[in-house]
Ligand binder design. Sequence first.
Ligand code: FRU
Length: 504
Amino acid sequence: MVSEKLQKARDFEGKYIPYVPASKRPAFHVTGGIGWINDPNGFSVYKGEYHLFFQYHPYSTKWGPMHWGHVKTRDFVRWAFLPVAMAPDEPYDHAGCFSGSAVEMPDGRQLLMYTGVQQVRQEDGVLRDIQTQCIAIGDGINYEKCPENPVLTEKDLPEGGSKYDFRDPKVWLDEDGSYYAVVGNRCSDDSGTILLYRSEDGIHWTYITMLDASYNEYGKMWECPDFFPLDGKQVLLTSPQEMTPVGLEFHPGFGTICLIGSYDKEHCAFLRERVQAVDYGIDFYAPQTLATPDGRRVMTAWMQNWSTANCQPSGIHCFGEMILPRELTLRDGRLIQNPVRELERYRGRRVSFRDVLVSDETNLQGVRGRILDLTVTIRPAGKSGYRWFRFNIAKDGEHFTTVRYKPETSKIRVDRTRCGFPYDIVHVREFLVRPRDGELKIRAIMDRHSVELFFNDGEQAATFLLYTPEQADAISFEADGAVLMDVEKYDLLLGAEPEGGAQK
Ligand code: FRU
């Protein structure tokens, strides 16, 4: 049954989506139909297609009572809108259907597991959010919330677990035939922990164990967990709030960390071996992954940061977009991220240069644009080397964003101060990369108002929104010293049909 609230959201979308010109959306990154989006939810395979839901407030470009928006794709690049999947229309989720996940059930239905939020006046008179986990089951378009809801409540928390911060279930159906879910929680030391639950039918759940916790080292509340095997190891992803900075690895505030370790499945014991940042840019949060039928682990994320999400460009219809999904692997014990290979099908005109000597500001014929896939490889020219190399993107007489590399410290500095975004917020990030034999490879994927950077085939990724007018499309290169540079640039042609036919 479609509730009045859900129908209202669907009608609203239906009425206003046509008013958003295609040029006001990214060419190949997911945005909401209209209004505000945050976290990706329910990123999963269903009946042979990839589905993605998201935290959605269609009625304004600000966060509000959370609905679940819905899109699907066959190739992670071209997405089709589907009607709003859920509205906060039950007593147990009246304050929002918060983040969650999805899985295809053996009988062909799709199960959504999400956090239902209700506001309850507490004994001290304060109105607070109580968070529980809930289930909805459907056919890929329409979903029925289960009569058993909420299926996990404060009764299912370990001692000291907070009912106010208990959210973002990530569910999967295991080879052993059981459903498992990881859920974020705040424990008695006030910091984050990840809890594991099991169910035989996806509806009745039992608490199993606490998989790992912050112990106040990696931020406070741990949001949006994901837990999956990767290249012989086990990975736990989570997005902590209130991180304290550590060198150039972790920046303060909202971050995303990756805990790599081993998993003793029989005893449900996760042994953490190392922790790293996932993205070194400004705009990345709350990632979620899926396993593709051809064996890849693919991750999407919200291309935003809660600290800056209220600074919005004027005159927008839609706020918030997702990253281009990334393929994950492990190399030398580190998480490696690369854009999904499907993007390459959309590569159009290629321009390439080899061994360009860069010292003064250099522009290359045909190397410009805002919807493109650009790879720059640099090495020192001659023995004396160079002090820094930089390239500027989204550039005109007034605007630019700079990516600078200093070989002496192996440090990258990305600076978008002059990108045209008139807010006094963080605009600069610095982080370390690992050149190979003196060579550094940087791939930049640009889509109108964003750039996603990948260093040395995915060893580091860094994501930035650039609210620069689209006509600022020049790219220039510069070095202090002498650099030899190779450049390969493709325009991305999203109007064209991909090889192998269009999405139906
Ligand atoms: C993370 C988050 C989640 C929550 C959702 C609410 O960005 O705070 O923990 O479920 O956003 O929209």
